[in-house]
Design a protein around this ligand. Structure first.
Ligand code: URA
Length: 273
């Protein structure tokens, strides 16, 4: 192999890593165009490894292999999530229930649960989409690059992790940082709703479109909805909620920071009213 050929595989791997494709999904390549209803090898292999993967609702990352049984299995998982979440009387109990919950396939590929960070008595609660690679390693939300930016944004309005509470819609990292599927989101939703109810913040900030759309039930994108106040029923009372840009988006589009700054100022004002 010439030196030029030699560094190509390394470069290709670096490219995949940069693109977020850093999770091993299976040992063998899968021809998804040739998929049938028979269990795919990757499923069979995973079933042997992990109880979560053996569940009928286990959906491997990437395009669906066989979705025939998925809707019903998702309904069951949502019901189980609703029951578990409702039974949690404290945040510690909720965390313990989530640790035991096997209804979301993401648990099988994530390193660990990323439950929350910050002060459970905070008046301000922020909710992102899902943990990324750094969060998956540390077990805490928003500790990577976008988390560092979030910390700076909070500091600019006089807050830090002792005065806010931070969580995600989905508490396990989707492989390769892909967007959680609607099914994964629906399954995890009862837990995050109960988390909000137990924290009982005065103000909720939805970081990014998926968080805002999931929690506030809005269809419009984040560019249209950011900076607007919505009413959110926390289960205990009606509170105010504001969508704003996700810090990861702001890292890619720094010019938009001025709008996020406006949003954070409005949040600070609302908290001191
Ligand atoms: N992005 C999120 O939405 N949440 C995290 O915890 C990290 C990055």
């Amino acid at each position: 192999m010439t030196p030029a050929q030699d560094h190509k595989p390394r470069q290709l791997l670096d490219f995949y890593l940069e693109a977020g494709a850093d999770a091993l999904v299976g040992e063998e390549p899968v021809d998804r165009f040739a998929a049938t209803d028979a269990p795919a090898p990757v499923l069979a292999a995973r079933a042997a490894e992990s109880p979560a993967a053996a569940r009928p609702d286990f959906t491997p990352p990437g395009p669906a292999i066989s979705q025939a049984a998925a809707p019903q299995a998702t309904d069951e998982a949502v019901m189980a999530a609703l029951q578990a979440a409702k039974s949690a009387g404290t945040l510690d109990e909720l965390r313990a229930l989530l640790e035991k919950f096997d209804g979301c396939a993401l648990k099988g590929s994530a390193t660990q649960l990323v439950f929350a960070d910050g002060n459970p008595k905070a008046k301000l609660m922020l909710i992102g989409e899902a943990p990324g690679r750094d969060e998956d390693i540390e077990g805490l939300p928003f500790v990577g690059r976008s988390g560092k930016l979030l910390d700076r944004m909070l500091a600019a309005i006089g807050f830090d992790r002792t005065s806010v509470y931070i969580a995600n819609i989905v508490p396990w990292r989707p492989p390769g940082n892909r967007t959680p599927t609607p099914q994964e989101t629906q399954i995890c939703l009862p837990f995050v709703l109960r988390q909000i109810e137990l924290v009982d913040p005065d103000i909720l900030v939805c970081l990014g479109g998926p968080s805002a759309q999931t929690l506030l039930g809005i269809k419009d994108g984040i560019t249209k909805t950011r900076g607007r106040w919505f009413t959110f029923n926390s289960g205990k009372r009606e509170i105010r909620a504001m969508p704003t840009f996700h810090p990861a988006f702001l890292l890619r589009s720094p010019l938009q920071k001025r709008f996020a700054w406006r949003d954070f100022l409005a949040v600070k004002k609302a908290l001191t009213e």
